[in-house]
Each structure stands twice: as C-alpha cells, then as structure tokens.
Design a protein around this ligand. Structure first.
Ligand SMILES: [Zn+2]
Ligand SMILES: [Zn+2]
Length: 350
C-alpha cells in the first residue's frame, strides 16, 4: 500500500477494505480487560488512584496490551505537566480532545492499542508534544489547536486566509468510516488541515434523500467544496455516472487523491494523477484539473483545484451541485452562480 504522505510510514494508510475489516472489536475490551476506570475528568490527576506516578504501564491489560482512554489521556496530561504546559492540579478535561485514528460510531468507551489516537490540544509546546508521541504508545500525533474552537480548519473561500492547526509531533492522518445505505468507505483526513467533523449523519441523510429523488444514480454530481471528498465518494458509491470534485484548499485536494486511491477497490475505479499536487499553490483560483478516476475507459470522476465560482464556466453538463460550506460561510453567491448557469440543475446546500 501507498506510504502515508505525511509521515511516509507504511501501515499508516491502508486500503479501505483493510480498514473496514479491522473495525470488528478493534476498540472493545477483551475478556481479561479490567473494568473502565471512570476517572472524574475534573478531579486533579494526582488525586486519582495511580494518577500520581502514571506511566506507560498504568491500567494496561496484561492480555491484550491495550488501555482505557482515561489512562492514555492521563499519561499525556502528566507529560504536559512535566513540561510546565499544564497546572499541577489539572484534571483530564485539560488534556485536550482525543480523536480516534479509525473513527466510527461506538457505544462504549474505547480500549486503545498503539497509534490509535490523535491528540488535539491548546497551549502545548513542541517538547511536550514530542515527548507524548515518544512515551505514550497509543498517541499517533499531537496537534496544536489555535484560534477559537468553533472556527473551522481550512478556508472559507478562495479569498480568505487559511486557518490551520499545527502538527507538532507524529502524524495527523486519521480516517472516518462513513456508513450509508449505499455501503461504507474510509475517508482519510490530515486532521491539522481539515475541518474536524464529529457527526456526519446529517450529510448522509441528505444523500439518502437525493438518492430517493433519483438525483444520484446515473447523474453527474458536482461536489463543489469537497474537503476530503466524503459526499462525492458516497455519490460514486451510489452509482453516479460521474462525480466532479472541487476544492480551493490544497490539503483537501491531497486528501481526495488519497481517498480515491484507498477506496478504489470499493469504487471499482483506477485513479490517475494529471497535475501533481506539489505543483499547486496552497489556495486555488482558476480551476486546475488535478486527477481523474476511470472505470474501463470511462471517466467516473474528475478532481479540480480552484474557485467553485469559476468552475461553473468549465463543467458544462451536470445534474446536481452539492455545496457543503462551513457554518460561518454564506453560500448564496455560489448557489446563484451555479443555479444561473443551468436552470435544470439542482443546487443543494448541505
Ligand atoms: Zn502517517
Ligand atoms: Zn484486554
């Protein structure tokens, strides 16, 4: 399998089929795992049983070798405290936000193996971040969060300044398993550069409705602000005749290319790069065709990097244009441009 574009590691990025196969019981306690510690997230770490001299062995199961999330976060917090990045009496709530490396809905607290979370934290220094990745085996990467927590990572449109978090140590590549009536896909994201989405069921519901209305199967679908490509890839799985992906943020396009590659078996396509991503600027303007995906000799997907407004002059035949804007963005200008070009097309704001 391809190397991870971020850490160059093998095994960091796997084909979607392998990711889906791994999910069964991946986060479930083994028969010999001790019960969930249920640590109070506000109580100071040092006051918790085993919290004072927490280390890589704390609460680790002797049988499966995994640990509860509380132990992993507590271990990370204690290293931040060593480096003076957290108060002596800080509780687990101050450690940051853990994102599981293979995200899918689970109804129980996860048991974590090596490299299974990305830690998103405010006010953490380089030294503490590197130390956490070195000493806490379950942590795959540490990302520094900057700005307002509600501010989306990425760009609002091609004229705005990008908002990014900073990958301080390790790797920030993780994936979400997206489940719909059409099937499942694994969507990889560089989490320091791509909007963090905790729940995409609402989007999947919209796709389900579009399918009911006959707007996916056999149609040409534009995923106008595609991010890592979730909606467009699902439209491909739902039988779209062709999907046009577009984004003006280079990291999003890099993730789309990776996601076409890892899901190519499930989608039955062969991706083909036309313009290497290294040649692109960080924020796009005039649309550039970056890649396409073929089935037989037929083009099933095209990937553009550029301003969605300008793409409307290039993509002539389309049936549905999906516009998945950030909450802080006013999409009406984009809607009007696309609706005006092709009165028969459906422009859907997600
Ligand atoms: Zn990686
Ligand atoms: Zn166990």
């Amino acid at each position: 399998m391809a190397k991870c574009p971020t850490c160059q590691g093998t095994g960091c990025v796997e084909p979607a089929e392998d990711v889906l196969d791994s999910l069964y019981q991946i986060y479930m306690a083994c028969p010999l795992c001790k019960p969930e510690p249920g640590w109070d997230k506000q109580a100071s770490l040092v006051s918790l049983p085993g919290g004072k001299d927490i280390n890589a062995g704390t609460l680790r199961c002797g049988s499966c070798g995994r640990r509860p999330l509380d132990a992993v976060m507590g271990h990370g917090l204690s290293i931040m405290q060593e480096h003076g990045d957290r108060e002596e009496d800080a509780g687990l709530a101050r450690a940051g936000t853990p994102l599981i490396a293979r995200g899918f809905p689970i109804m129980y607290p996860p048991r974590l193996g090596p490299g299974s979370i990305i830690l998103i934290a405010d006010d953490i220094g380089q030294a503490a971040a590197e130390d956490i990745v070195d000493r806490v085996p379950e942590v795959k990467g540490v990302v520094l969060r900057t700005g307002d927590q509600a501010q989306s990572v990425g760009i609002l449109d091609s004229t705005s300044k990008p908002h990014e978090y900073t990958l301080l140590a390790g790797c920030d590549m993780r994936c979400d398993v997206v489940q719909t009536a059409f099937g499942e896909l694994a969507i990889y994201k560089n989490q320091s550069k791509i909007h963090i989405e905790f729940d995409n069921r609402h989007k999947m519901d919209i796709l389900g409705k579009l399918d009911h209305q006959g707007l996916l199967a056999g149609r040409v679908v534009v995923d106008g602000m595609c991010g890592p490509g979730t909606l467009g890839l699902m439209a491909m799985l739902a039988g779209a005749r062709m999907v046009v992906f577009n984004d003006a943020w280079r990291p999003a396009i890099e993730n789309v290319l990776l996601n076409l590659e890892v899901n190519k078996g499930l989608l039955d396509v062969e991706p083909e790069v036309i313009t290497p991503a290294e040649e692109l600027s960080m924020v796009g303007d005039e649309p550039v065709l970056v890649a396409r995906a073929l089935r037989g000799g037929q083009v099933m997907a095209e990937v553009y990097f550029g301003d969605l407004r300008k793409l409307s002059g290039i993509v002539e035949k389309w049936d549905v244009c999906l516009i998945d804007a950030f909450p802080a963005m006013e999409p009406s200008e984009f809607v009007n441009i696309w609706a005006g070009k092709h009165p028969g097309g459906s422009v859907i704001v997600i």
